[in-house]
Every structure is written in structure tokens, then in C-alpha cells.
Design a protein around this ligand. Structure first.
Ligand SMILES: Nc1ncnc2c1ncn2[C@@H]1O[C@H](COP(=O)(O)OP(=O)(O)OP(=O)(O)O)[C@@H](O)[C@H]1O
Length: 455
């Protein structure tokens, strides 16, 4: 059985198992951990899901605080750690270590149930993840990208000081508070203790992964993080990822500078190229990133930037993305009985299998130039099922790319990267022409007004 087929089967299996947990959450199999959870929180709809977990929107009953609840399946937990002598998933240990870091989502508490763990986190309201923000606008205005990136780099640096390495930096894992513009790093499912020596395991997202992993099956923590930040930055200002697969990641440097598909300032290009340096020892450091003029430059406030976001939204993108904003309308009655939901109504963030060759190596023809973006909208987000290519395969790729680079004409774009696609249930919407950020803010304000009148 080929790897992609195997990966699909495992994901399908995991996903069908996760769906059965709706029954568990409604008390049919209720355990002590969950009974305690039910007493304090009210579960609402689903926000997203990955290979071994689902994230739900919920509220804390004592003060109506919006929270997010992540269920992680015990069988998908790869690394464990300890908190006061209790064995818990590393995800919880790492989140707890970062509790005081502004740019990291705040862990409120966790519950153990026989099937896994429920992690309760703060949920900025209204919020949107960076993937949805980029998707809503095609790409980000450089002021907005820099405003967000500066916070993200500072957060990664603060995590490093706590000896936490996130290992899955990507647009989907950055939640943006739409009122303040603050970024919150989420999903510490691949995180581990930051060490000085190299790592030989990886569970993050492969399109954000540095070449040394594919070439040598090892990487250094901070150097790999800087690479991922470079991918994120390129993605923000371009609206697409720089690399399509491992082959692109390992050989793009042989083919000249990365192509840009929209006007991007020389300063931004410079920072991107410093982060995406093939040699990890020549890559810039986190400190150098923060000292770079593109990140240091004074930028307008979030209030100004948010209006720019709205004026950029076309009615169609606004319609498509309005549903992705966490608006927290009170659907509590209909959402309480999650088990009754037909699966088609669940707002899915299903990861589609990538349509390029999965291993990314050894393909006989390179299709950088003849790529049809429409054919490659999908990607597999997690690399957990990815086996590193053999060194023989990589040698073939590198030698093929060297031959190609001598033939390469600079007038041809060499990398056509894909935008990931997520499947979502379409929601009927009366106010579909409002730009998403504005609509979310309006709804937040009206909710606040309602609360004030109650008082
Ligand atoms: N605390 C939060 N506040 C708001 N939204 C959140 C929060 N946590 C998660 N989300 C939303 O849920 C989505 C999935 O969360 P998360 O990445 O933690 O799940 P996952 O199961 O690990 O997914 P993946 O397998 O893709 O990494 C995020 O992209 C984000 O949009």
C-alpha cells in the first residue's frame, strides 16, 4: 500500500473514531473527568479538527468567558511529560510552561477522560486564524503582515526562553484577536523541549519544514523555527506557499531567488531570503529577524489596519470567510446536543490529501513551470505520517535539479506553490455583503451592549 493511501486510511479511521466522541461528550459514556467538565463549561459548535483532535467553542458557565476546548485522542499522543508528578501529554506541559507569554493562548485547565484529554483554553472573541485572514484577502498588506509577524517572532523567542519549541508554526496555528490585533500561538501538539543539540523526530507540517530534515533527517530547533517563519512570511505577503513539496524545499535554492507573485518590498524580500537560507548555519537568528528593518519599521495601529482589511474584502471573499470568524452567536440551545448533529452540518476543517507526489522525491519530470494551481489547491497539513526520503532518492533529486538549474530561464516562474483548501459547510447568510472583520466587530459590540443592558 502506498504511503498516501495509508495516510488517508489512517486519517479516515481516526476521524470516524473522533465522531463517536460526540456521544461521549453528551454523557452517554460519561466519565468523572467529563462530569466535572460539564459542570463548569457549556459546549457549543466545532471550530476545527486535525488528525487526532477536535476543537470546540465553549463558554465557562461561571462568567460566560468564551473558551476553546480541544479534545485529544489518547492514541494519537506521541510525547508525554510530567506536571507535578502526573503524566500528561507534552502538549499540556508545553502550554503550561508558556502560561505567562502574552502571544501564547492561555491554558485554563485540563481534564483527563478515558479516551484522552480535554484542554480548556482562552478563546479571543471575535477572532480569526491567520489562514482565514490570508484567504479572505488573497494576501496581506505589508503593514498588516509586519504587525502580525513581529508579535509572532517575539512569541517564538519568548517560548525559546522557556525552552519550548513549537515545531508547527503555520498560519492555521495563529489566532488573531480582531479587536486588538493581538496574535495568539495555538496547537502545541508537536511542541517539545528546546535543546541545543539536533532533533531526529518531527511531527509538524512538512511544507513549513526545512530542507535539512528531508536531506539528513535532522534539524536544529531555532534554525528550523526561523525557516518556518520565513515560509509564513512569504505566505502572508504572497498569498501562497513558497514550496510545493520536499523536492521544492530542497532544490529551490539551486534555481535562483524565489518568485513573488505580487509587488513585495525589497525589505520584505530580504527578510524572507534570510529566513529561507538553505544552510541552517547561514540563516538569520530570531534576534536578527526582530532587528530587521522590515519588522522594526513603525506601522499604523491595529484600528487603522483593521479598516484597511475591510476595504480590501471583496463581497465574495467576505461571504466565504464570514463564517470562519469566531462570532460566538448564541446558538447554545441547538448546539448543546452535539450528538444529534448530522456530520454534514459540522463545520469541518478537513485536511485534503495533497495532489502532488507525496514523497516529493524521484519524480521524473519537474512541473514547476507547467503547474495548474487549480489542480493543487489541497495539501496534507501534518507530516506525522511522512517517512523521510532515502539518501539515494535525494541524491537523484539534487542532481536533477542541478541539471535543470543550468537550463533554467529567469523569465519563467519556477515555483508555483499551492494554497491549502479547507472544506466547510456553507451557511445561509443574510448579511453576506459585510466585510468579515467589520461584521465580527459589530457582532462583538452588540453582544457587549446586550450584556451591559442586562447589568
Ligand atoms: N484557543 C482557540 N481560540 C480560537 N480558535 C482556536 C483555538 N484553538 C484552536 N482554534 C481553532 O481551531 C483550529 C484547530 O486547532 P488546533 O490546530 O489546535 O487543532 P489540531 O487538531 O491540532 O489541528 P491540526 O491537526 O491541524 O494541527 C485552529 O486552526 C483555530 O482556527
Amino acid at each position: 500500500m502506498g504511503l498516501p493511501v495509508l495516510a488517508k486510511k489512517v486519517k479516515k479511521l481516526a476521524s470516524s473514531r473522533i465522531l463517536n466522541l460526540k456521544a461521549l461528550l453528551n454523557g452517554e459514556n460519561s466519565s468523572r473527568g467529563f462530569a466535572k467538565f460539564r459542570k463548569n463549561y457549556k459546549l457549543k459548535g466545532e471550530i476545527g479538527r486535525g488528525g487526532f483532535g477536535i476543537v470546540y467553542r465553549a463558554v465557562r458557565l461561571s462568567d460566560e468567558m468564551p473558551v476553546a476546548v480541544k479534545f485529544i485522542d489518547r492514541r494519537g499522543i506521541k510525547e508525554w511529560g510530567k506536571i507535578s508528578d502526573e503524566q500528561v501529554p507534552m502538549e499540556i506541559v508545553m502550554l503550561a510552561r508558556c502560561a505567562k507569554i502574552e502571544g501564547v493562548i492561555r491554558l485554563l485547565e485540563w481534564f483527563q477522560i478515558p479516551e484522552g484529554y480535554l484542554i480548556v483554553m482562552e478563546r479571543p472573541f471575535p477572532s480569526m486564524d491567520m489562514f482565514d485572514l490570508i484567504k479572505a484577502h488573497g494576501k496581506l498588506d505589508e503593514d498588516i503582515a509586519a504587525f502580525l509577524m513581529r508579535q509572532i517572532v517575539e512569541t517564538i523567542q519568548a517560548c525559546a526562553e522557556k525552552r519550548v519549541l513549537h515545531r508547527d508554526l503555520k498560519d492555521e496555528n495563529i489566532v488573531i484577536d480582531l479587536v486588538t490585533g493581538e496574535t495568539k500561538l495555538i496547537d502545541f501538539g508537536a511542541a517539545t523541549v528546546l535543546k541545543k543539540s539536533h532533533y531526529t523526530d518531527f511531527q509538524g507540517t512538512r511544507l513549513y519544514c526545512p530542507p535539512e530534515w528531508f536531506l539528513h533527517s535532522l534539524y536544529l530547533g531555532k534554525e528550523a523555527a526561523v525557516w518556518s517563519l520565513g515560509v509564513l512570511l512569504y505566505n502572508s505577503v504572497n498569498g501562497r506557499l513558497p514550496f510545493r513539496n520536499e523536492k521544492d524545499i530542497c532544490t529551490a535554492h539551486l534555481l535562483g531567488p524565489l518568485p513573488f507573485y505580487s509587488p513585495v518590498s525589497a525589505e520584505a524580500r530580504d527578510l524572507i531570503s534570510r529566513c529561507l537560507h538553505f544552510d541552517p548555519f547561514s540563516r538569520c537568528s530570531l534576534e536578527e529577524m526582530l532587528a530587521h528593518p522590515w519588522l522594526r519599521r513603525d506601522r499604523p495601529s491595529w484600528t487603522t489596519l483593521a479598516t484597511r482589511l475591510d476595504s480590501l474584502s471583496s463581497p465574495s471573499t467576505a461571504t466565504e470567510n464570514k463564517e470562519n470568524i469566531d462570532q460566538d452567536e448564541d446558538h447554545s440551545e441547538e448546539l448543546e446536543e452535539i450528538a444529534d448533529w448530522p456530520d454534514t452540518q459540522v463545520k469541518e476543517r478537513v485536511k485534503m490529501p495533497e495532489q502532488t507526489d507525496e514523497s516529493g522525491v524521484g519524480s521524473s519530470h519537474d512541473n514547476h513551470t507547467d503547474a495548474h494551481p487549480s489542480k493543487r489547491e489541497c495539501r496534507t497539513a501534518k507530516t506525522s505520517l511522512l517517512v523521510p526520503p532515502s539518501s539515494q532518492e535525494m541524491k537523484e533529486v539534487v542532481s536533477a535539479a542541478k541539471t535543470k538549474s543550468s537550463l533554467h530561464s529567469s523569465s519563467q516562474p519556477i515555483v508555483v506553490a499551492l494554497r491549502p483548501r479547507r472544506v466547510r459547510a456553507a451557511a445561509p447568510d443574510a448579511d453576506s455583503r459585510s466585510p468579515p472583520v467589520l461584521t465580527a466587530l459589530r457582532s462583538a459590540l452588540s453582544r457587549e451592549r446586550k450584556l451591559l443592558t442586562k447589568v
